[in-house]
Design a protein around this ligand. Structure first.
Ligand code: BTN
Length: 233
């Protein structure tokens, strides 16, 4: 079935617009909200998502269900790979290229629906810690990438081992990490060893194992990624 796409020039946030359209009875599961620019793009932890012209800003309205965070992360990675961009995931679903952020995913619940908000830096990286598809030396058209993400979300949905599919792209495993909990609380330091079936991160700390459901993850002591010949780039 063809997706219904609501396309805008400049709006505050595709997430807010999705909510408005749902409340007005004008959007439902399967609809996608796309904007050229956002004036109040938002990220996880209430942060601002800088959204200048040239990036991909889209909210996919889907039925709320378990595993969406993993499904969306894997779908974005696979969609980007179709355009030659081989990115990885930093737990839970930051899309990274060599430790620089390429894309982010924000999932919000609206009743029985979920708003999967995806922001991808296509032409420019709005922050020093970020990168873009263009910096990676390739190009991906926004429209084609949105179609690819939608197709991959449907495809990933049918996988009978989502955890394995997600693990395959998760660069956090085996790394020393610092997790800052979403709510107040001390940071957790340790080695990320695995994820469970719900996508929670298992971290070995000096005081034993911890299972972490949400928070911001930082990779510590990052080694440069290596090419196939074993040499650093
Ligand atoms: C993150 O913090 O990593 C998540 C960023 C999500 C940004 C996207 S852009 C499209 C959608 N609309 C928003 O306001 N946010 C999400």
């Amino acid at each position: 079935m063809d997706a219904v796409i609501h396309r805008f020039g400049e709006i505050s946030s595709t997430q807010s617009e999705a909510r408005r359209l749902i409340d007005a009875g004008d959007a439902d599961a399967g609809h996608i909200i796309v904007a050229d620019r956002q004036t109040k793009g938002r990220g996880r932890f209430g942060r601002t998502w800088l959204s200048p012209q040239g990036g991909l800003y889209a909210t996919f309205i889907v039925t709320a269900r378990p595993g969406l965070s993993l499904i969306s992360g894997v779908a974005v990675i696979r969609a980007l790979a179709r355009f030659g961009v081989h990115a990885g995931l930093k737990w839970p679903n930051d899309v990274m290229l060599n430790e620089a952020k390429l894309a982010g995913i924000l999932i919000e619940i609206a009743g029985e629906l979920a708003l999967v908000g995806i922001g991808i830096n296509l032409t420019a990286a709005p922050l020093e810690t970020a990168t873009s598809v263009q910096t990676a030396g390739t190009t991906a058209r926004r429209g084609e990438l949105i179609v690819a993400i939608r197709e991959e979300m449907t495809q990933v949905e049918t996988t009978n081992d989502l955890r394995t599919a997600y693990r395959e792209h998760l660069r956090t495993l085996g790394k020393e990490v610092r997790i800052v909990p979403e709510n107040e609380g001390p940071a957790i330091f340790g080695t990320a060893v695995d994820i469970d079936t719900d996508g929670q991160l298992l971290v070995e700390t000096e005081r034993g194992s911890r299972t972490i459901s949400t928070g911001e993850c930082l990779h510590l002591r990052v080694e440069p990624e290596r090419n196939d010949d074993g040499m650093s780039p």
